[in-house]
Design a protein around this ligand. Structure first.
Ligand code: CMP
Length: 137
């Protein structure tokens, strides 16, 4: 089934000059870029995006990190896009993520792990509506 998923290239990806590298991996896999925007977000949007994590111990530094500079928000489309993107991204912690994944190849951190991908169809719909209201459907 063709799906849309939401991806963030977090500020570490932009700072490290890895936007092209990361986008290339999604495109090479066959996913299509439906929408893309570079922006710097405030704490309020970070809190909405990470609503399920705002009470967690790791959240305050995560919020500081995601608001620390420009990031790139992307909507990707393709067959089983949600699961495919999560496989390409690799495990959350870059230290244990498998080589060959984005995090496994480029991150050595549990927080600065380069990318975010929606974890379910419900999250994808919510996140796309939050970041790209013009795409909500
Ligand atoms: P993401 O896929 O964006 O979803 C939540 C984010 O929180 C995760 O990627 C990491 O950036 C961050 N995160 C998750 N667990 C931890 C943790 N234990 N310590 C620090 N950051 C974390």
């Amino acid at each position: 089934t063709t799906e849309r998923t939401f991806v963030l290239l977090k500020p570490d990806t932009v700072r490290r000059g890895l936007v092209g590298e990361v986008l290339s991996r999604y495109e090479a896999k066959g996913l299509r870029v439906v929408a893309l925007q570079q922006r710097t977000i405030d704490a309020a949007l970070a809190d909405q995006h990470y609503v399920e994590h705002v009470e967690r111990d790791f959240y305050p530094p995560l919020r500081d990190f995601v608001t620390s500079g420009p990031l790139v928000a992307v909507v990707l489309e393709g067959d089983q896009a949600i699961e495919v993107v999560r496989a390409l991204n690799g495990a959350t912690d870059g230290r244990v993520a498998a080589p060959g994944t984005i995090r496994g190849d480029f991150s050595l951190s549990n927080r600065e792990n380069l990318v975010h991908g929606s974890d379910s169809p419900e999250s994808a719909a919510r996140e796309i509506a939050l970041w790209f209201p013009e795409l909500a459907r």
